[in-house]
Design a protein around this ligand. Structure first.
Ligand code: FNR
Length: 362
């Protein structure tokens, strides 16, 4: 019996579920606690409608854009996600190759199953490196220096994880965290895992939950790379981050894996965009599953979006090709959305192309 090919990125989730052991599938799919935010990240997009403009020549559509001076084929980046070898034997190398083929940027997670140097050697995609700050500052500094040396173009500092969120599926499954490749040779990352999940035990022993605003200067002092701050959800924090000189902001709730009942990212995007006032690019992730979702985020002021779970599901189902197909589908859908809304390029998308719930008359 032949299984039909997926026709949208949501259909990769079921393929991934069939391909993976339950412990790993659950690790990828789950959110924190009640998973309220997990559902809202997706649902909040559906409450925004798109207002097409008619009778515009849309024979040629240009999806290309740039982020921090790097030209990419579409405003779609690969979000940093942990442990790609639990999804597919080629792990992050396959994802990076797909990023290169799709001419987009891969943000490599600190928690990768290949070292950041191995990922660099395997492909020429533009790469950013995602960082957590560790109790041992030398360790963070060492990672930043290695990222610089192996050609990563920015540091993505994840700030929503002073402790790991409570992901109950991982606790039930007694999820085992693989050894952290990027720390090999520095220290053993064996952690005692008597209660809770492996990732939780790791985070609690290594992440520095005292890291705060004043410490951002420390990070700036050890690198010349631009710094994007990932996990901003309020205009207050956006304003503060810009004042402190960050080079970009990622509106994110960590794919609903940290604080449950945090707002859906698309619902706070505009507030952040207004606070930032065009001084630095604002990106968004969380629940992006359709080209129309990307269009909505851009209309509300995002420069680009990042894709988390669908990339992992594509990887689990079909390796490098699966990731290419997922990015390709989102690009095709976005291109069609531009055509049907009368936009021939990304810069033609305006605030007037969307309506949120509370704006029926404009
Ligand atoms: C993540 N995310 C994440 N973020 C980060 O900064 N460092 C990391 O190591 C990880 N790891 C990770 C693992 C898994 C399995 C998931 C699903 C997510 C969060 C990620 O970068 C992004 O914010 C969300 O995945 C975006 O939401 P969607 O696209 O998954 O809905």
């Amino acid at each position: 019996q032949m299984a039909s090919e997926p026709v949208n990125v949501n259909e990769y989730q079921e393929l991934a579920r069939r391909a993976l052991p339950k412990m790993y599938y659950d690790f990828y799919a789950a959110g924190a606690e009640d998973e309220h935010t997990l559902r809202e990240n997706v649902k909040a997009f559906s409450r925004i409608s798109i207002c097409p403009r008619i009778l515009i020549d849309v024979r040629q559509i240009d999806l290309s854009t740039s982020i921090l001076g790097h030209h990419i084929s579409a405003p779609i980046l690969i979000a940093p996600t942990a442990y790609h070898k639990l999804a597919h034997s080629e792990g992050e190398i396959a994802t990076a190759k797909a990023a290169a083929a799709c001419k987009t940027i891969m943000v490599l997670s600190f928690s990768s199953n290949s070292t950041l140097e191995e990922v660099s050697a395997s492909c020429n995609a533009v790469r950013f490196f995602q960082l957590y700050v560790f109790k041992n500052r030398q360790l963070s500094a060492w990672l930043v220096q290695r990222a610089e040396k192996s050609g990563y173009k920015a540091i993505v500092l994840t700030v929503d994880t002073p402790k790991l969120g409570r992901r109950e599926a991982d606790i039930k499954n007694k999820m085992i965290a693989p050894q952290v490749k990027n720390l090999e040779g520095f220290m053993s990352t064996e952690v005692v895992n008597d209660k809770g999940s492996g990732p939780q035990a790791f985070a609690n022993s290594y992440y520095d939950s005292s890291f705060s605003w004043k410490d951002l200067n420390w990070l700036k002092s050890i690198t010349k790379l631009p710094i994007l701050i990932k996990g901003v959800l309020t205009h207050e924090d956006a304003t503060r981050a810009v004042e402190l000189g960050v080079d970009g902001i990622i509106v994110s709730n960590h794919g609903a894996r940290q604080l449950d009942y945090a707002p859906a990212t698309i619902s706070v995007l505009e507030e952040v965009v207004h606070a930032v006032g065009g001084k630095v690019p604002v990106l968004l992730d969380g629940g992006v599953r359709r080209g129309t979702d990307i269009f909505k985020a851009l209309a509300l002021g995002a420069r680009a979006v990042l894709i988390g779970r669908p990339v992992i599901y594509g990887l689990a189902a079909k390796g490098e090709n699966g990731v290419k197909q997922v990015i390709g589908m989102l690009k095709d859908e976005l291109e069609l959305t531009l055509a049907l809304t009368g936009c021939s390029s990304i810069k033609d998308i305006t605030r007037n192309h969307v309506r949120t719930d509370n704006e029926t008359h404009r």
